[in-house]
Design a protein around this ligand. Structure first.
Ligand code: MRU
Length: 354
């Protein structure tokens, strides 16, 4: 793990959403940020899966890495209990982990990768193999983010604001960020860039997490309510919108935090480039289009309450999809670690298939 932290530090990022220390896996409880920094230990795979469901950890790549460590914890438990045929039991557990949240494809991607790394491995070596693979997934994500930052940073204009939505930063990834990584990349190139962060109702990932990260890293950030994005995009302050993704379909349709589609339409209307930063682990080559992406809906109480305070009229019905799909034709470019993809996306995405 120290190598990964060193790599991130060199790239200018000091925040990670999880740690693997003395063979124990911890999640930084993102529900409590920015006012409390508390680490929760995942004692078993169930804690990792529950942590994903309950938003202790969130953001597509971070969900994938947590799921990978969930598999590590499952392997350790099975080996310690000397369960017969650990591979069969593991298949059952992998299916449970996959249910933690439906939209971010990194979850499926990481669990599959863990399972194939364990194929044919004798029980006596399974735990070491699983730990090595989970750390490799984490390190690759950090490296991918840094490379996306290098490539994407070149696209950003100098002397303009960049609007972002939700949190696609260090906390959402292995530690550098996809959208925020691109912004870091632009700043590293010497560009004067400041960030406008949508607050991102109802979980306030923008207000709590993006603002916290950027302030910690000394990057200028201004917070706005989601509804102010139109005014901002109509003014000439914003040079680009950069967001992350939970899943990119084979045709280039992008699932991301609810409100992203609205931003893409506003970008088209106002002639502002709309960039999506996503590692190749977020590209779903098996998913033909946005229509095939499962969109998570969460409890209505997330909308009727603000923190612990009830704000909505009692008894009101709630519509709470937590992601939306932006059609490929509204996306200016998709920044991956293997290059900046441009339309036609079906060909561009197929060209980076594993
Ligand atoms: O509900 P969340 O907080 O998991 O949603 C996160 C997002 O929508 C991010 O933009 C996406 O996962 C990309 S993170 C690099």
């Amino acid at each position: 793990m120290n190598d990964i932290l060193e790599l991130l530090k060199e790239a200018g990022s000091q925040i990670v959403p999880f740690k693997w220390e003395d063979e124990r896996f911890y999640l930084l409880d993102q529900r409590l940020l920015p006012h409390r920094e508390e680490w929760l230990e995942c004692k078993g795979w169930q804690d990792a899966a529950q942590g994903i469901t309950d938003m202790v950890v969130r953001g597509a790549p971070a969900i994938g890495i947590t799921a990978a460590f969930g598999v590590v914890l499952a392997v350790r438990e099975l080996v310690q209990n000397k369960a017969e045929g650990i591979h069969d039991s593991l298949q059952g557990i992998a299916k449970q982990i996959l249910k933690a949240r439906p939209t971010a494809v990194n979850l499926k991607w990481a669990v599959r990768r863990m399972m194939s790394s364990l194929e044919g491995v004798p029980a006596g070596q399974a735990y070491e193999t699983a730990v090595a693979e989970a750390l490799k997934i984490w390190e690759e994500d950090a490296r991918a983010n840094i490379e996306m930052g290098r490539l994407g940073g070149q696209l950003l204009p100098d002397g303009k604001g960049v609007l972002t939505h939700c949190n696609a930063g260090a906390l959402a990834t292995g530690g550098y960020g996809t959208a925020l990584g691109v912004i870091r990349g632009g700043i590293r190139l010497g560009k004067r860039i400041w960030v406008h962060a949508d607050e991102t109702r109802p979980w306030l990932q923008g207000a709590r997490l993006t603002a916290w990260e950027l302030i910690k890293d000394g990057i200028e950030v201004t917070l706005n309510v989601d509804g102010a994005a139109g005014v901002l995009l109509r003014s000439s302050t914003i040079g680009a919108v950069v967001v992350g993704a939970d899943r990119v379909a084979a045709n280039g349709d992008v699932a991301n935090k609810i409100g992203t589609y609205t931003l893409a339409v506003l970008c088209k209307e106002n002639g502002v480039p709309f960039y999506v930063a996503a590692p190749c682990s977020t590209l779903d080559h098996e998913c033909p289009s946005g229509k095939d992406i499962p969109i998570e809906e969460r409890d209505g109480a997330e909308v009727t309450r603000c923190g612990d305070t009830e704000v909505a009229a009692r008894g009101v019905k709630v519509f709470n999809p937590v992601f939306d799909v932006t059609p490929a034709e509204l996306v200016t470019a998709i920044i991956t670690e293997r290059g900046v993809l441009r339309p036609p996306y079906d060909k561009a995405i197929a060209s980076v298939a594993p």
